[in-house]
Design a protein around this ligand. Structure first.
Ligand code: NAD
Length: 260
């Protein structure tokens, strides 16, 4: 019987990250829940995963825009659980503006959180994965890792960047029992997306249903949101033994968006 796997999921107090933490806990992993905040709710999230699934779960506060904190997140996980088997780089933020007006601070923040954090956490986690001869790194990219949309320069650049990082890490570790892959979701109705709906309703003078169908899901051929559980299931598969020959690639969960 193998000892339980340890999974770190960055940005996992809400949305897709929380869904992935739930899925991996349900499969018996000890999980490290992370965000930049430090509230009783953050710790309660970890406690409820533990209570619900009978695994160990801890909350570690670390700001993924800070290289040192990215690396110390991994060190804390290893100190708590003795190994790092799964690293899911999920933390991400969005900002929308024309490129010539895009605030420099927003550009730097998005590149730091959506791209550079995965470099730092991976660099810190790989030595632990090499110790056990097994490891899974899954980067939550986006359909925007494969195609672009106007006004999302930093996000699209960071997500395309993480696709390149995914391939490079995969090649470097291909003989170490470690794989590195990306999952590319289309639109998922998380707090990140929900927050954009009122602005879009105002900007387009549309009601909620019309904004969802004609603006948000315009390029998602199924005209349905992807669910958090569907993204988590793709991550779970990439973490399984069956996926040991999937390496340096991506799984799209986008309702057909990138088929166009
Ligand atoms: P969300 O806003 O619901 O959750 C983001 C999580 O990241 C939260 O837990 C937040 O606290 C955390 N976070 C934000 N900044 C952080 C920081 N500096 N340090 C640590 N944690 C931080 O967003 P979501 O929709 O669940 O997005 C999760 C990931 O999925 C992101 O990388 C996003 O780009 C990607 N994604 C989302 C969609 C979508 O439609 N929702 C589509 C494709 C890809």
């Amino acid at each position: 019987q193998l000892s339980p796997r340890t999974a770190i999921i960055t940005g996992s107090t809400s949305g897709i990250g929380l869904g992935i933490a739930r899925q991996l806990a349900a499969e018996g992993c000890n999980v490290v829940v992370n965000s930049f905040s430090d509230t009783p709710e953050d710790r309660a999230t970890a406690e409820s995963l533990s209570a619900e699934h009978g695994v160990k779960a801890i909350y570690v506060q670390a700001d993924m825009s800070d290289p040192e904190q990215c690396r110390s997140l991994v060190a804390s996980a290893a100190a708590a659980f003795g190994s790092v088997d799964i690293l899911v780089n999920n933390a991400g933020v969005q900002y929308v503006a024309p490129v010539e007006e895009f605030p420099i601070a927003k550009w730097n923040q998005i590149i730091a959180i959506n791209l550079s954090s995965a470099f730092h956490t991976s660099a810190a986690a790989i030595p632990f994965m090499k110790q056990t001869g097994r490891g899974r790194i899954v980067n939550i990219a986006s359909a925007h890792g494969l195609v672009a949309s106007a006004y999302k320069s930093a996000y699209v650049a960071a997500k395309h960047g993480i696709m390149g990082l995914t391939k490079t890490i995969a090649l470097e570790l291909a003989q170490d029992g470690i794989t590195c892959n990306a999952v590319c979701p289309g639109y998922v109705l998380t707090p990140l997306v929900e927050a954009q709906i009122p602005d879009q309703m105002k900007a387009h003078g549309m009601d909620r249903e019309t904004v969802i169908r004609e603006v948000m899901l315009d390029r998602q051929p199924t005209k349905q949101f992807v669910t958090v559980e569907q993204v988590a299931a793709a991550v779970s598969f990439l973490c399984s033994e069956a996926a040991s020959q999937m390496n340096g690639t991506h799984v799209s969960v986008d309702g057909g968006w990138t088929a166009q």
